[in-house]
Design a protein around this ligand. Sequence first.
Ligand code: CUA
Length: 155
Amino acid sequence: MHIHRLERAWLTFGVGMLLIFLATITTAAVVDGFVPPSHTQTIDPTHVSQTPPFDHPGLHKLADGSYEAYYVAQIFSFTPHDLVIPRGAHVTFYVTSTDVVHGFSIPLTGVNMMVVPGWVSSAAHTFNQPGTFLLVCNEYCGAGHQLMAAQIEVK
Ligand code: CUA
């Protein structure tokens, strides 16, 4: 079978790129321990409710005046469902799941994470404007996915 010179070159380039991508991903997985960048800690997903600080989800104030918010995602809700944050607070969110992969997205804030069982995802935001923010699950997680939402009030 005759393959035109330019077509052969283009095929070689395409297959070569695929092999380079595959080698890159494999190297990252084997050498670097491939995890999403916001996932820094592990947790036993079967004992989340007994593992501090996830045994007391909610807002925790730190000595430096900033805040940490611990959330548990489960089908089909977030704990806590309602969170009140003081205006101007810098909040670092830590989120884990007890069952399947969920999303954790607070529109208009840049907080948008995938929540994977066994991992703790984190992201931070400073809430300078008062108002009510919606917190939604943006990863399809089952039949009640569209009901999975919570609220954050800044005042
Ligand atoms: Cu949880 Cu979709």
